[in-house]
Ligand binder design. Structure first.
Ligand code: SAH
Length: 460
């Protein structure tokens, strides 16, 4: 982060704008949205700036800028057409330790202006760090459309009741849940619809029955196969409400970044043969944290109900009466196949698809080989890399051709995705001669032949 976002309190401060053309006018107008005192210095004043002066919104000094003009100001903006004047103002400001912005010259600036979404007192600021103001503005318009115009009124309501709620709703996590109910439920909707009084009445009601405020709950969320933008909207919304996040090693940094910044993050494993927390302890931890009134996000790679032990986790929650939600995610089979250009089913190749685990138990893999060796189907093997030669051998023994196609997909959907293709006879050697970083998924079937032709991801 080259620019650190801060919100500057300009109340009762003094700002100097050097220049009085169109650009200066735009900056002055922006500053006047606050209750700051604005002085404009320029030898030539345009009519818009002149009008602001006549309406007594600003102070105007008609002269060329000099070093001695600076003391007493808290912020300086240089918005003249003249490069020399701009860099002179910047130098002087720096000597006086006054933060300076020079319009369109990021190298001379101490601070830059973001694109602003004003729902005062809520302000959203978007910056591209000077790289592309147009991009920042495009982003702003997207965000504008997501934040109801009456968001400010909602914040004002929260402000009005803040002390009262603080005094009557304990402890703090419970209070957060209370506010989340208010700020995103039917009360918020009333504010957005302009029914301020009804909203306040409902809030008062809720305050009288704070014991009905939800206790903690668990969100068992499928985080998808890797790429952060493959999350569902629901996953994202709930991730941002979690007080505590339990995640395992399949959940990428990019995805963790999308959880609430102040949430506690607990790593609970598991890599192959390194189970940092046994499953029963994870199950119990989820229940215990929720009982403390917390919103617990359990983030799992892919889909929680596909080789994810999600069933065991909610079984414990169910037994102990803890409320929970399960959010499906894109499972590795679907994500990897799609990003490798290997359709899992295809009219000419495969009429069914089976997901199996290749996890070795006592060095053997207990699968229904007769069934898996039948033609016109696709087999997807999770956790199959270590036992792959064993798997290929068993399929050949049960009637599959040695030339039957196999793909191994490393870190599917991410920028590290690698797709290796071969056959039941060759795959073992291929993987032994490659450095492969987990996780990897195996796909077996003639659909793998389509990879050459349909590998869209690498051709983008
Ligand atoms: N619940 C997960 C699967 C967990 S089992 C899901 O629905 O996807 C872990 C196995 O999933 C790994 O050993 C690997 O076989 C597979 N896997 C998960 N993400 C993957 C990815 N991005 N690329 C390749 N394989 C992946």
């Amino acid at each position: 982060m080259d620019y650190f976002p801060l919100f500057f309190n300009l109340k009762q401060r003094r700002c100097l704008v050097v220049g009085a053309g169109d650009t200066a006018f735009r900056k002055v107008t922006l500053l006047l949205k606050t209750s700051t005192h604005v002085t404009v210095i320029a030898p030539k004043i345009n009519t818009d700036v002149q009008a602001l002066f006549q309406q007594q919104h600003i102070e105007l000094i008609e002269k060329v800028f000099e070093d001695t003009d600076l003391p007493g100001y808290d912020l300086v903006i240089s918005a003249t057409q003249c490069k020399q004047t701009n860099s002179h103002v910047a130098n002087c400001a720096r000597q006086h330790n006054i933060p300076i912005n020079v319009v369109d010259s990021p190298e001379l600036c101490d601070f830059i202006f973001p694109a602003i979404i004003d729902r005062s007192p809520v302000i959203v600021a978007v910056s591209s760090g000077g790289a592309s103001p147009v991009l920042a503005r495009l982003l702003r318009s997207k965000i504008e459309s997501m934040i109801a115009p009456a968001y400010g009124q909602l914040a004002a309501l929260a402000d009005k009741y803040r002390q009262k709620v603080k005094a009557s709703v304990h402890p703090a996590p419970q209070r957060r849940i209370f506010w989340e109910q208010v700020l995103q439920g039917s009360i918020a909707e009333k504010v957005f619809a302009g029914r301020q009084q009804d909203a306040e009445q409902q809030l008062e009601e809720l305050l009288k029955h704070t014991d009905t405020v939800q206790s903690g709950e668990v969100y068992l969320i499928g985080a998808g196969p890797g790429a952060a933008d493959l999350l569902t909207f629901r996953a994202l919304r709930l991730m941002q409400q979690g007080d505590v996040i339990l995640y395992d090693n399949l959940v990428s940094e990019d995805i963790l970044e999308l959880t609430r910044r102040d949430a506690d993050k607990i790593y609970v494993g598991k890599k192959r043969s390194d189970h940092s927390l046994p499953q029963t302890s994870i199950n119990q931890l989820l229940a215990d944290l929720a009982r403390q009134g917390k919103r617990v996000v359990r983030l799992k790679g892919g889909d929680p109900f596909i080789f994810g032990r999600g069933g065991e986790e909610i079984e414990t929650l169910m037994q102990q009466g803890i409320p929970f939600q399960v959010v499906p995610g894109i499972t590795a089979a679907s994500g990897c196949a799609t990003y490798a250009g290997i359709p899992l089913t295809h009219r000419d190749h495969s009429q069914s698809c089976t997901f199996v685990t290749g996890h070795l138990k006592d060095d053997t893999i207990n699968l229904n080989w007769e069934q898996l060796a039948r033609p016109n189907q696709t087999i997807v093997i999770y956790m199959g890399l270590v036992g792959l030669s064993n798997i290929c051998q068993s399929l050949i023994e049960h009637g599959c051709a040695e030339t039957h196609p196999v793909a191994v997909i490393q870190q599917g959907t991410t920028h590290n995705q690698k797709v290796l293709t071969g056959t039941l006879a060759t795959m073992s050697d291929i993987i032994n001669n490659e450095t492969i970083s987990p996780p990897t998924l195996v796909i077996i079937g003639t659909v793998v032949n389509l990879h050459q032709q349909l590998d869209w991801f690498n051709k983008q």
